[in-house]
Design a protein around this ligand. Sequence first.
Ligand SMILES: Nc1nc2c(ncn2[C@@H]2O[C@H](COP(=O)(O)O)[C@@H](O)[C@H]2O)c(=O)[nH]1
Ligand SMILES: [Mn+2]
Length: 397
Amino acid sequence: MGTSQKEVAPNRCASPIYKFYSSTSWIEGSAEDQLKHVAGMDGVLSIAAFPDLHPGKYGPVGCALLSTRIYPQLIGNDIGCGMSLFALDLPGHKFRLNKSAQKLRALEEPWGGDPAARLVAAGLSPELAPESLGTIGGGNHFCELQTVETIFDGDAMKAADLEKGQLLLFVHSGSRSLGTSTFATVQDQLEGLASLSDAAQSYLALHDKAIVWASLNRAIIAERAANALRCDLRLVCDIPHNLIEKHEDGWLHRKGAAKADCPLVPLAGSRDALSFLLKPAVNRPEALLSLAHGAGRKYDRASMNGRAGTNRQERDNLTRTSFGGLVICEDRQLLIEEAPQAYKDPAHVVQQLEALSLATRVAALKPLVTFKKAMTEDLRAERQEKKKRLQDRRAAR
Ligand SMILES: Nc1nc2c(ncn2[C@@H]2O[C@H](COP(=O)(O)O)[C@@H](O)[C@H]2O)c(=O)[nH]1
Ligand SMILES: [Mn+2]
C-alpha cells in the first residue's frame, strides 16, 4: 500500500496534513500555504489533501478537514455543490451528436416545472429559492452527455448496471442563490463557530437544506436534459463535494473533496478530457472518507486570458473537443476561463489515488456534448443593453 506524506505545520498546535499526492503532481505553493494556515486554526484535528488541490478564495480546494469548530468559510457559498451521474436509456446507435447538442440548448430556457411541488416533495419549504431550481449556474458548472469509453472493473460496472458505450449524463452544480444567501449570514466569522452556538446551529440548519436543494437541483437539470433528448434516466450516483458533516470526532469539512463513503464516486476531468468513475477504498481513515473530486485547476480564471481563445479561430476550436465532441458555451469569457488547459490532468490525479491505495478505477467516461451556456434572445438583448449603457457612459465622460 502506498503511503501519504504526513506533515505537521510549523505552528506547535497545528494538526497533521496527510498529502495524497507526490512530487510529480502539479501543486501550487500557495495552495500548500493555505493548507498550513488552516492546519493551525483553532480546533482543527486533521487534514487530507488530494492531487486536485489548488488555491481557493477562502482556503484550499481539494481537501477534507476535521475540526471541533465549524468553519463556514472553508465551504464558501456553493454549499452542496456536487456531481451526479445518470444512465440514459438512449441506445448508442440512435445517438446523433449535432441533434443532441441542439436539443440540450433547451437547458438555457426557464424551467417549466413546478418548483414548489418539487421542493415540498424533497422536504423543503416551497419558498426556498424556487426561481433558481433546475438551473446550472456559471463557473465550471455543466451538464455533460458522456459515454462509457473504457471499463476497468467489470464487476463494479455490472453491479451498477452499466456497460461500454452506455450514454450518461454528468451534472455538476450546487445550491445557487440559496447557498449564497446562507453563506452571507456567516461570511465574516473567520474564526469559525463553536459547534453548539446558536450561530453554528442556525448555519448548519440552512446548510443542510442547501445540501438537499443542490441534490434536487442536479436531478431536475438531468431530467430537463433527458426530456430534451426524449429518453428516460436512472441515477447512478449523487456525490456532493462542498459540505460539512457530523463525524464521530468532530465536524468533517469537505471543500472540493468528494464524499467517498459510498460504492461509486465520479471524478470530473474537463470538457476535453476523460472523467472517471472510482471505487473508494475503505481502509484509509486519514483520507477522512473523502476523495479527489476532479482534476483541479492548474490556472486561475484571470490568468486564462491570453492562454486560450485569443482569436476567433482559437475560440471556435474551443467549442469542439479532441474526442470529436461539442461544447455549448456562448459566453466568450466563460469559454476561455473554463478552457480545458485551465485544468490539471485527471488521469494523473486518478493514478495518484490508485498509487496511494485510496481508490481504484471502475470506468473512464468520454465527453460527447458539454452544455454550459447558450445565448437566448433575452440574454442577447440584455447583453446589448449593457453594451449600450457602457458606450453611453463612455461618451458622456
Ligand atoms: N467533465 C467535465 N469536467 C469539468 C468541466 N469543467 C470543469 N471540470 C472538472 O470539474 C471539477 C469541478 O471543480 P469545482 O472545484 O468547481 O467543484 C474541476 O476540477 C474539473 O476537473 C467540464 O466541462 N466537463
Ligand atoms: Mn463543484
